[in-house]
Design a protein around this ligand. Sequence first.
Ligand SMILES: Cc1cc2nc3c(=O)[nH]c(=O)nc-3n(C[C@H](O)[C@H](O)[C@H](O)COP(=O)(O)OP(=O)(O)OC[C@H]3O[C@@H](n4cnc5c(N)ncnc54)[C@H](O)[C@@H]3O)c2cc1C
Length: 374
Amino acid sequence: MPHTSDIIVIGGGIAGLSAAAELSRDASVMVLEAEEQIGFHSSGRSATMVHYALGDRLVRALTLASRAFFESPPDGFSEIPLGRRMPVLVHAREDEREALDALECDIIAFADLERLDARGVHELCPLLRDDAVHGIADRDGIRLDPHALLQGYLRMLRHAGDELVTAARVASVERRCGVWTVTVEGGASYSAPILVNAAGAWADKVASMAGAAPIGLQPLRRTIITFDAPPGTNLEDLPFAKTVGDQLYFASESGRLFASPMDEVPTEACDAQAEELEVALAAYRVEERTTIKVDRIHSRWAGLRTFTPDRNPAVGFAPDSDGFFWLAGQGGFGLQTSPAMARIAASLILHTVWPMKDLVARDLSPGRFLGQAA
Ligand SMILES: Cc1cc2nc3c(=O)[nH]c(=O)nc-3n(C[C@H](O)[C@H](O)[C@H](O)COP(=O)(O)OP(=O)(O)OC[C@H]3O[C@@H](n4cnc5c(N)ncnc54)[C@H](O)[C@@H]3O)c2cc1C
């Protein structure tokens, strides 16, 4: 006999675990994760920032709505802080000034921004080259601890008496008489009337398994390198420093620096690996925009940022498949939006009060990719 619950969640990344934890307040939930550990794919490979310099109004609203959770999570959620303050500096050369002005106007409603001249930019980030002459700074950026966040949601789930099964790769999905039955490699099966698809880069594949139309998700690979900071660098005070265009970001990382060339290489869903070309590009861009010489790359990794066709997430019931719920397309903002997205998912599934002031369910509906209304 299959194990039964009210809801099955496929995916033990931040999307699946946060939604499962929210849902477990009022329903019985089973989370199935293919890998042996949670957060093995995108959720464990990110730059872990909470900031407003990416996405559009919708992503910024989801980020703003998530901040309070990171700053004061529910009692017992985590024994350690979910993150630490790290200023965010977006910097520009003279020829990039217009782009910085435009970004400032987009962000100003979401963060207390300081406009910086060349001196202010270099006071905040002495590692930048002299041609960084304009900047906007958000002193309230947060660098998250993804482990604390994932473990916190897992603790919340278990506290409610619900379960996560790892090494449980879903191999088949079928619906009969209003109930989904999900079978994992190895043969165990699980059933529930509602199936949440939080399978990250694999979410279109999971939809196909369930007979729902894919929504056109595209995983894009992004690379990170770590390397030594110049002797004497005060790592504690360094900001997360980002070019106004998508060329480079860097920040401190466990006694060193990390940087990404902000690459977006279209890829199949897979265990992403850093490729030589993007690793070299990362080092090149660090040397192009900062005074740092990257003598030795200490470590490298890559992860997938998976986008819908309009780069905003898909959260909602599939219009073409009863009881099939999409929670996908978190792109490069899945950690920083997870508390709000989890509450949205729970409200749509359990028919509870809509948790967002500035967004409506239609904004997130997966139906927008299938030519159907929400
Ligand atoms: C380099 C990089 C930098 C980033 N920086 C930031 C940042 O600064 N801030 C931010 O908020 N976000 C950032 N992100 C984005 C963020 O990491 C993602 O949006 C987020 O992790 C997506 O979470 P997820 O749960 O959807 O995906 P995942 O973490 O990939 O989880 C999906 C899970 O589904 C499982 N799965 C798939 N198929 C099956 C199956 N058939 N059966 C069972 N399980 C299955 C997978 O094993 C996986 O564990 C970054 C990402 C990268 C790669």
